[in-house]
Every structure is written in structure tokens, then in C-alpha cells.
Ligand binder design. Structure first.
Ligand code: FES
Length: 140
């Protein structure tokens, strides 16, 4: 009976589900599919329970599409979605810039998002200069 319970617990996850293993970070990098600086994604749980991806592998982010099952199998982790219980007028805001300390929720205000945008801009400018500098150096 416990096996069945564990199977469904891994499948659906819950707010109480224990997470073991590191939550992967590459999907939050600039090249990652889920990365965006457009601000958090509102998730409306006012009419039904919602399952928010915490493994970052979902192709239907921010919703769990069960990609965590193969991720867990390949990485020895136990990461499942976070269940947002249905409640009248309940809307939660899910992070997609990857910098929130309260992931999967957005933990930032507008200024914080702008700081992230500034940071990305500086990194891109620096990278561009580094590439052109290296090319110029090669030609000497
Ligand atoms: S928790 Fe990420 S796909 Fe399920």
C-alpha cells in the first residue's frame, strides 16, 4: 500500500512532499527554455488546484507536465510539483527569471527585476567586448 502511496505522491507531489537532491539550475540560465525577464507568471487557483513545476524541466512551465519523473530517475532526485490548493480569489505569482529566493514563487519587486535586466545587459556587453577583443588579439 505504501508503494502505491509513494508512487502517487511522486506523481502529483504536494506541499509536504520532501525534496531530495539539488533543484537543477541550468534551465534558469539565459539560454534556458523557462527563462524570461517579463516578470512573474500569474497562476489562478481560484477554480481548481494547480500543480507548479519545481524541477524546471516542464515544457508547459509553470505547470508540471510530469517531466520530473524522468529527471528524478536520471538524477537520483525526488523533486515534484508544488500543489496550490484551490481557494476563492487565489492567484500566485511564479518566478521565471530564476533569481527568486522563494522559488517557485516570485520574491521580487519591480526594481529587483530591473536590476536583473541591468545585470544581464552588463554581462552581454562584457561578453561581446571579450569576443571582439579575443578576435582582435588573434589577428595580431
Ligand atoms: S515538477 Fe517539473 S515537470 Fe513536474
Amino acid at each position: 500500500m505504501n508503494q502505491i502511496k509513494d508512487y502517487f505522491s511522486n506523481w502529483f507531489g504536494s506541499e509536504e512532499a520532501e525534496i531530495t537532491g539539488e533543484i537543477p539550475s541550468p534551465q534558469w540560465e539565459i539560454s534556458g527554455e523557462n527563462f524570461s525577464l517579463d516578470g512573474p507568471i500569474p497562476v489562478d487557483a481560484s477554480s481548481e488546484d494547480k500543480y507548479i513545476c519545481r524541477c524546471g524541466q516542464s515544457k508547459n512551465y509553470p505547470y508540471c507536465d510530469n517531466s520530473h519523473l524522468s529527471y528524478n530517475q536520471n538524477n537520483g532526485t525526488n523533486i515534484g510539483p508544488l500543489k496550490i490548493n484551490q481557494e476563492k480569489d487565489r492567484v500566485v505569482y511564479v518566478c521565471r527569471c530564476g533569481h527568486s529566493k522563494e522559488r517557485p514563487f516570485c520574491g521580487m519587486n519591480k526594481n529587483d527585476h530591473e536590476n536583473v535586466i541591468d545585470y544581464v545587459f552588463v554581462v552581454m556587453v562584457f561578453t561581446t567586448f571579450a569576443i571582439f577583443g579575443a578576435k582582435a588579439y588573434e589577428t595580431h
